[in-house]
Design a protein. Structure first.
Ligand SMILES: [Zn+2]
Length: 92
């Protein structure tokens, strides 16, 4: 989760005019929301990844081991990928 207060310090926005801070806070709240929205990809025992947004993907086993290896965001809905490999599902 993005810590707005910490980011303000880190990026030097602390102490800047109120108008700037307002814009900064707005951008940060949008980033926070985007960060919290995830698309969960679950792997089946056949190695097919079913996405939360309703797609199925199969990966070349030599290229990527899990969806987030090849890209951070879902190619269908654009949300951040949270992958749940098959072995993890088994232990739940
Ligand atoms: Zn998706």
């Amino acid at each position: 989760m993005i810590d707005i207060e910490k980011e303000r310090e880190r990026t030097g926005y602390s102490g800047k005019p109120q108008q700037w801070q307002f814009g900064f806070d707005l951008a940060m709240s949008i980033a926070q929301k985007a960060e919290s929205e995830k698309c969960v990809w679950r792997e089946t025992e056949d190695g097919i990844w079913g996405t939360e947004c309703g797609r199925d993907y199969v990966f070349d086993s030599y290229a990527a081991q899990k969806p987030s290896d090849s890209g951070q965001y879902c190619s269908n809905c654009g949300k951040k990928i949270e992958d749940v490999p098959f072995e993890d599902i088994e232990h739940e």
